[in-house]
Design a protein around this ligand. Structure first.
Ligand code: SAH
Length: 450
């Protein structure tokens, strides 16, 4: 067995420690913290890199803060929870800069970065499991096992309160969790959401039947949540929500951003950190206002939060979203907020984009895709439609950088970029950027447009 001693001076996107060996190879170390010196067992060695796993700490990270959270006070992978906050920010800023330099090939030295005001208690959604013994837990990818939790310091107070109440009821009725190795058990998954208005939603995914009458009645009578749904999923090792059954309370929960109200149904997406996402929306609005587009193509629009927030600065908004429930929420939300200039396309963005033939001298596209970023045909179509301004909100700076490079090939230049600490205490980061090109009387344009 080969071991190495190494100082961790960076982390990669999967939160592995990164350092350089004496021979100059780059080393990726599982379970290592930013700043510590570790002794690690080599698992794989190639010409230019090494993969290893930490065996012991030789010297502690100088960035450790003195907090006393135990694993049972965390509900998932918060890889930076014990690292000094300013160091977290520096790490994330550098991650964005490095991705843009290395992958997009754009030379930038510094970027704006928005820190979070609340570094704990910021998350409005959690997905928990129930261990086969009936204990609330999360599934750790690192150790491949259920880690029991008491509460989670990152979650809103409302969600932690639901966790406490639910724990007592699960104990009272002796409800077992799901054991994926034997494919036995009752509760597979527990999803709890909250909003800044204090509303809460609970979704329980069952594997099997059980006499739920008392359990449901207790949840309802003690009003532990405002909205309660269940779902049954009997397929082996599949934890997804299938058909939902509404048990009691409101069907949707309400969030407020500025003076606008948004209803959220159980399957619809909402950003997990309200405070930081609201700042992102406001900044994006400022950026877009300065361009004064007449039409905004809002791709990956969820419940149309951005379309609604932007509706007063454009003549028309086209909102594209794959999830039908989210589009239905969006339509209701547009009505309540008097946003009457939005059209919806309920299709995958990569398909919807092919049907878009609207042409205007001043159309802007706003993207907010999931981690895998944009399909290439979407980028091709932007150039073809003569859309010269792109605002891209990204939760993964490496796919963002890849897409910036693809946009560069069509003449778009990176004009502005800013990072946001949306996922505090994790290695993830949100980025907003503006890509523009001078209006080319369109050399890429091959067809006719209306
Ligand atoms: N802009 C919204 C949602 C962003 S999250 C907000 O700020 O709240 C990304 C959204 O993309 C989710 O709503 C998800 O359902 C949707 N989505 C995922 N894949 C998609 C695809 N291929 N085409 C269109 N929408 C997609």
């Amino acid at each position: 067995m080969k071991t190495i001693e190494i100082e961790i001076n960076d982390l990669d996107e999967n939160a592995r420690g990164v350092g350089r060996t004496d021979e100059g190879k780059i080393a990726f170390i599982e379970n290592a913290k930013l700043g510590e010196v570790v002794l690690a067992k080599v698992l794989k060695e190639k010409k230019s890199f090494i993969e290893a796993i930490k065996m012991e700490t030789i010297s502690q990270s100088p960035f450790l803060i003195d907090n006393s959270f135990k694993e049972s006070n965390l509900c998932g992978a918060y890889e930076l929870y014990d690292i000094d906050y300013d160091k977290q920010v520096e790490f994330k800023k550098n991650m964005i800069i490095n991705h843009i330099k290395r992958i997009a090939n754009v030379d930038i030295n510094n970027i704006d970065f928005e820190k979070a005001k609340n570094i704990y208690g910021y998350r409005n959604k959690v997905e928990l499991k129930l261990s086969p013994e009936g204990k609330l837990s999360y599934f750790s990818r690192n150790s491949n096992q259920n880690i029991e939790i008491e509460k989670c310091i990152m979650l809103s107070d409302e969600i932690n309160k639901v966790i406490d109440d639910l724990r007592l009821l699960i104990e009272k009725y002796h409800i077992p969790g799901y054991d994926s190795s034997s494919d036995r058990g009752v509760i597979k998954n527990i999803i709890i959401r909250s909003t800044s208005l204090g509303e809460t939603m609970l979704i329980i995914v069952f594997k099997d039947d059980f006499d739920f009458t008392g359990f449901y009645n207790d949840i309802e009578n003690s009003k532990i949540v405002d909205s309660f749904y269940v779902s049954k999923n009997i397929t082996r090792r599949n934890f997804k929500i299938k058909d939902l059954v509404h048990i009691y309370g409101t069907k949707k929960i309400k969030e407020k951003l500025g003076n606008q109200i948004f209803f959220i149904s159980p399957k619809a997406f909402m950003q997990v950190n309200r405070e930081v996402s609201y700042k992102i929306y406001q900044d994006a609005k400022k950026l877009i206002s300065s361009i004064k587009p007449d039409i905004i193509l809002d791709m990956y629009s969820g419940i149309s939060t951005t379309s609604i927030i932007l509706s007063d600065i454009a003549k028309k908004i086209i909102s594209v979203e794959i999830n039908e429930d989210a589009v239905n929420d969006a339509k209701e939300n547009a009505k309540i907020n008097n946003a009457n200039n939005i059209e919806w396309i309920n299709k995958p963005a990569e398909i919807a984009v092919e049907d878009i033939n609207t042409h205007s001298n001043n159309m802007l596209a706003l993207f907010d895709p999931p981690r895998k970023g944009l399909e290439e045909n979407i980028i091709d179509k932007m150039a073809l439609l003569d859309i010269n301004n792109i605002v891209y909100i990204s939760c993964n700076s490496s796919t963002l950088a890849r897409d910036i490079k693809r946009f560069n090939n069509y003449g778009y230049k990176l004009k502005y970029i800013k990072g946001y600490d949306q996922f505090v205490n994790t290695v993830h980061v949100e980025t907003v950027c503006l890509l523009s090109r001078d209006r080319v009387k369109n050399k890429y344009f091959r067809g006719s447009v209306q």
